[in-house]
Design a protein around this ligand. Structure first.
Ligand SMILES: Cc1ncc(COP(=O)(O)O)c(C=O)c1O
Length: 354
């Protein structure tokens, strides 16, 4: 039979998300939040009786949720596009900006989904990767000189956890004439006032994406959003699915975003756990990069990162290992709860004979 799909599909490499093993394990591999989402959500779900609402289509543009997001960031609702996880926001932006002869620009490393999204758009799109500097910070001078159709990076970056200086980011966006995506999936764990959202009024090529998956503890809900000026959002809106978010997703995300007191408490706990784990790892002679996220990127003593990763897997403790030349000596550990850290440290000590 002749091939059913486009030739480019057969050559495409699928994204490989972190494992989602089930059962009695310690899961520190996909940067989920170890704490429950706002208790106001469980109250809402327990009392939910609007079954008739499920019979009807939801608000196509997640109108009320957009209004809440706009209120939080002190922007207007038409500067927000709500999406099915921030991954959908990225996918929409990639489709909008890239075509066969375009160039996609990214630092290396950054979120590993970007090159896949580039391939999904059009296999003919070129990719230019600019290695980060030796200390893993972005190479702003080189990035600024590039010509491209889209630049995407995460800030704080993944998997390093490094936060770039806002002034450097503003200069970078100003120096490029293409769309620039600043992916702020982890920004709630960063030092205050680090967001680029308030720059959208000055920078017409800037896009900022956010997610409910990390700081709001709602990875299972699949809600994210992208912010830019209203002209840009108007264009992006044309290529999203008409009903990209269900009624329950919209309602739950609205409750989460209104409960900023709970969010701040949750984030504070994670930051404190992160700093304690960093100190404990440093005592064991790991080199741990200062993190502005809910994970740590740590260089394993004696260059035994892969061996430690395999050993931890065998003990049902899952962290993330990236088998790339510049990352191969490190493991990425999602911040968990204290008892999980204790077990993690116990096995690490055993591995290191400490
Ligand atoms: C940098 C970055 N952006 C986006 C995402 C995806 O977030 P979402 O769950 O909203 O699709 C992740 C997930 O790990 C991430 O690390």
């Amino acid at each position: 039979m002749k091939k059913l799909f486009c030739e480019s599909l057969y050559n495409l490499e699928a994204y490989s998300p972190g494992d989602q093993p089930l059962g009695k394990i310690i899961k520190l591999n996909t940067n989920e939040n170890p704490f429950l989402p706002s208790p106001k959500i469980s109250k809402f779900l327990k009392n939910f009786n609007e079954f008739d609402r499920l019979r009807k289509y939801p608000s196509p543009s997640s109108e009320k949720l957009r209004e809440e997001i706009a209120k939080l960031h002190k922007i207007s609702a038409d500067e927000v596009l709500v999406t099915n996880g921030s991954d959908e926001a990225l996918s929409i932006l990639f489709r909008a900006c890239l075509s066969e002869n375009s160039t996609f620009l990214m630092p290396n490393p950054t979120y590993s989904l970007y090159p896949i999204l580039k391939d999904l758009v059009m296999n003919g799109t070129k990719i230019k990767e600019i290695p980060v500097l030796e200390n893993f910070s972005l190479d702003f001078e080189t990035l600024k000189k590039e010509k491209a159709n889209l630049l995407a990076f995460a800030n704080p970056n993944a998997p390093t956890g490094i936060l770039a200086e806002k002034k450097e980011l503003i200069d970078l966006v100003k120096s490029l004439d293409c769309a620039v995506l600043c992916d702020e999936a982890y920004i709630d764990f960063a030092k205050p006032n680090s967001t680029m959202i308030n720059e959208i009024k000055n920078l017409p090529n800037l896009f900022v994406s956010r997610t409910f998956s990390k700081s709001y503890s709602l990875a299972g809900l699949r809600v994210g959003y992208i912010i830019s000026n209203k002209e840009n959002i108007f264009e992006l809106n044309k290529i999203r699915d008409s009903y990209n978010l269900g009624f329950l997703e919209q309602e739950i995300a609205k409750i989460a975003i209104k409960d900023q007191t709970y969010l701040k408490k949750n984030v504070k706990k994670i930051i404190s756990l992160r700093e304690n784990l960093k100190k404990d790892l440093e005592k064991l002679e790991f080199f741990v990069i200062n993190s502005n996220t809910n994970f740590l990127f740590a260089k394993v003593p004696n260059l035994k990162a892969k061996e430690l990763y395999d050993f931890l897997c065998s003990k049902k403790v899952f962290v993330r290992y990236f088998n790339y030349p510049n990352l191969k000596d490190y493991i990425r550990i999602t911040i968990g709860i204290e008892s999980e850290h204790k077990i993690l440290l116990k096995w690490i000590k055993e591995f290191l004979n400490k």
